[in-house]
Write a protein that binds this ligand. Sequence first.
Ligand SMILES: [Ca+2]
Length: 495
Amino acid sequence: MKIPIRHSFIGLILLMEACLLIKGEQCWTPMVCDDQLTWREITNGQCTKEEEKALEALTEQLDGMKTKFYQLKKTMEKLKTNSVPPSVVGVRRNDRKETTTPQVTVLTCPAPKAPDNGTVDTTTAPDFEFGQTIRYSCNAGYVLQGSNIGKCNEKGTWGEVATCVDVFTCDFESSINPTCGYTRVNGTFQREYRVKDFTGHVLAGTGTIRSLPKALADNEEVCMSVAIKGTSDGELVAKANNGTVTEAIWPFSASTTWKTEKFILKKINSADTEVQLELVASGNVELDNITTLNSSECYGLATPCTKRNLENATISPEQELYSKDQEVSYSCSNDSILEGEHMGTCKADGSWSTTPACTKCGVVYNSKCFRAIVYDVKNVTFSVAKSLCKNKLANIYDVTHFNLVRDYLRSMIPDGESLIYVCTGMSYKNSQLYSTTGQAMSLPTEVWRSDYPISQESWTTVAVRVHQKPEYKYQGIYNYAPTYGYFGAICENEL
Ligand SMILES: [Ca+2]
């Protein structure tokens, strides 16, 4: 801001006055009366030329002084009457001219920058002038660190800029966001104020909330905790939207006490660069202080087991995650059989104690499941066949059953082969056919391959031979040596 003063004009008037005085016919002499500079007439005769000259020079000098004094006085008055705001921090003289034009400069700051993941409010600093303040705030999912106020200072800066850190330290107190930076995927979660047990905000409700992505390095894990207080019966699951999480299922019921639970967030795929925490509540619950902890705080936490992906199976109880020592039972669909144990226990390292599988039956007959194991090379001896079927090799019960098995085996002939032969569990000894349980049995001739059975003492194994072409003559069951190499085995299990 500048306060201009019209010196030259005032100076001109003063000089004209002085000239009028000097150019008079009488001689005047300057003198001081009552501290005021004034002129007095010299009455005894006229001034000499020299006296007049000296007077003239003196007058000019005095006038110059008077002008300067006047200018200074005016400047002082202006400064006083202009009610200069406190933002004025200096009066700078313009030194380029000797006739000194004083001007006032107000210090300003550059336009303030918003912090990363945040905003800056400049409504209280319209001119970015010294002393004016701005206000920082963070986007949803971020909390502010440092002062939320910036002030234009004497250095012409706004001071230290606040930083916004991510959502993983969310205490629901500092946020005005209804879910404190967590996205409500579904349900009713929202930030609510409590005064009963303590004073402060909690995240109350049911459903699913999800944090913003958290960047994670290759094998990095995040140790976290959450304070939980149930307001109904339910279960809270903490998991990563794109990763795994440990010790993450907490059943709750209506309670007046808070419980803090820890868990570890980690990635499934090493290619992932970030994870999002997902909290899923099946009942009404209050949550608070969802916080990232020092990794040592999570040392020794058990890893939950994830549900097995079992085809043709039902798992009981069925959950996404299971806690340590939790037991499950597996059962297979009607046309499949369970291989392995039908029970499993979740181990502390997050793995299951058993590895079940439900395998589809090739043929279901009289509540029995028949399925063949066939290789494209013939190197399965009878003892290998027994172990392939876990000692449950199949019998052929009658013509109908044989036809079903034959058609099923035909569908299993490997590419490049025209026929296969697989072991059954039946045996042929002393011209007698026996079942797997050792009972004597008989099958009609049409089931047997032509010219079989053959009475050869060591040919005790009974196999099934199937050709791609149904009309092919040499098909059916036959007896042969157990040490011979077959294509595989046919197994039989109770359903
Ligand atoms: Ca709180």
